[in-house]
Design a protein around this ligand. Structure first.
Ligand SMILES: [Zn+2]
Length: 450
């Protein structure tokens, strides 16, 4: 992302010089078919331009950010009077819009014939730059993009009563058939803030180093499929080694295999264990047998390579054994969440079913929650703790890299039924109330044994 400082020094808003305490960031789009930020810089940088002023424009052709006000100046980006109180605490940034659309009344627009891809490219470019800019601003002002009301759209601002009645920018994504949402945007901003390959509550990258260990993956399999064949347990390390060879997260591939094969029971699956196809490759419809591979290693290698095709534009390290590699639009699903076509902004991806990536992540979460030492769980004696702070976060997994559940313990006595190591605390405890789904963990640093 490149930021070009171009303050609108002649605009009366800049001249007023009022300062704010930045509490949030508001995303806008300009609402007219003008992709060039420079056009706005020219027309808004005038003493006679009293209508509006924002903190920045994102050019839809080159993705550059033009900063038009110091970030802590009060802008005029979301209305006036009581209905525009967002101006008092939000930075406002405008994304420019494609030139090949024409508004036909209100927020409705038409796309010029044959220009849909061009329009989408403009919007995607501005969106990506907005993710990076908002991540930078979150860092600078200590904001959590996933916290309530911190990163919002103009449309959301109106719904919560702090902005004028506009539909931007969701109107743009919706009408162009892009799967972008403000919830997705907030998650991507969070992921960008962490610069992470996994978690932080944001999207999870397919590329990167495995987080789960071979021991955890085997333990998960034994738990889910007590009859699991030794030959299957023996091949688990291949997920890690084949993943590392291509820079793909082997634990993601393994979780995907668990999903595709019914935890290697192959019940309800079109493929059989002897095919060495653990990801449903080539099973385009029910009853189709799918691809076969000579060895488990080659089957897993093909799966890893296929994941790499989706998640990156990088060259393969090993010779290509994935028979379907060439059919993939390279790099169209950087995140596990986007492997599902329904959630993918381009409607591309590995599988058509709703929530496909989410299901893989659900499995991955369970795997990561398993204590490595098998048998440890049986020996563990539940104990009670006192929590003395009212707002101790309950997370879905052991570690600050797991999503907050949105719930808090409150002050009181709680029973811990399992412990685990995880980032952000010396030790994490699973609360008894969450024993079914194993998705309620607290930092034991804030709990005292009673
Ligand atoms: Zn707006």
């Amino acid at each position: 992302m490149r930021i070009v400082e171009s303050f609108l020094i002649r605009n009366p808003c800049y001249a007023a010089g009022r300062k704010i305490t930045v509490k949030g960031l508001m995303l806008h789009s300009v609402g007219c078919p003008q992709p060039r930020a420079s056009a706005f810089l020219r027309s808004w940088n005038r003493e006679s331009y009293k209508k509006a002023c924002v903190h920045g424009f994102i050019d839809a052709l080159d993705g550059r950010v033009y900063q038009t006000l110091p970030w802590d100046y009060r802008g005029w980006h979301c209305g006036s009077g009581k209905n525009g109180s967002g101006n008092d605490s939000y930075i406002g940034v405008e994304m420019c819009e494609p030139s090949c659309i024409s508004y036909v009344g209100g927020a409705a627009f038409r796309v010029a014939d044959g220009k849909l891809d061009e329009a989408r490219d403009c919007v995607k470019r501005a969106y990506q730059a907005a993710v990076e800019l908002f991540a930078m601003l979150c860092k600078e002002f200590g904001l959590d993009s996933l916290a309530d009301g911190v990163v919002i759209s103009h449309a959301e601002g109106h719904k919560s009563g702090i902005a004028s009645n506009h539909g931007d920018p969701e109107h743009l994504w919706r009408q162009l058939g892009l799967a972008y949402t403000m919830d997705g945007f907030r998650k991507e901003v969070r992921a960008a803030v962490g610069g992470v390959s996994a978690g932080m509550g944001g999207y999870t990258r397919v590329m990167g180093k495995a987080v789960a260990s071979v021991g955890q993956m085997r333990a998960y399999l034994k738990e889910k499929n007590p009859e699991v064949a030794q030959s299957v347990l023996d091949m688990v390390p291949l997920y890690i080694s084949e993943g590392e060879a291509e820079g793909v997260r082997g634990d993601v591939a393994f979780a995907q295999s668990c999903l595709e094969t019914g935890n290697f029971t192959f019940t309800g699956s079109a493929v059989t264990v002897g095919q060495n196809n653990f990801c449903g490759m080539g099973v385009a419809s029910n009853g189709v047998k799918g691809n076969s591979f000579d060895t488990p290693q080659l089957g897993i290698r093909a799966q890893v390579q296929h994941l790499k095709a989706y998640a990156s534009k990088g060259e393969l390290e090993n010779a290509c054994v994935d028979p379907r590699f060439r059919y993939v639009v390279r790099g169209c699903a950087e995140y596990v969440e986007w492997l599902g076509q329904k959630e993918n902004p381009d409607r591309k991806g590995w599988a058509a079913g709703k929530g496909y990536g989410g299901k893989i992540l659900g499995i991955l979460d369970r795997i990561s929650g398993i204590t490595d030492a098998v048998g440890h769980k049986e020996e563990f004696k539940p104990y009670r703790v006192r929590v003395s702070i009212p707002d101790l976060n309950i997370r879905r997994g052991p570690g600050t890299n797991h999503v907050e559940s949105g719930r808090y313990t409150g002050v009181g006595i709680f029973t811990v039924i399992e412990e685990a190591d995880g980032v952000g605390a010396s030790r994490w405890g699973l609360l008894k109330a969450y024993r079914e789904q194993r998705d309620g963990w607290i930092s034991l640093d804030y709990a005292e044994k009673v």
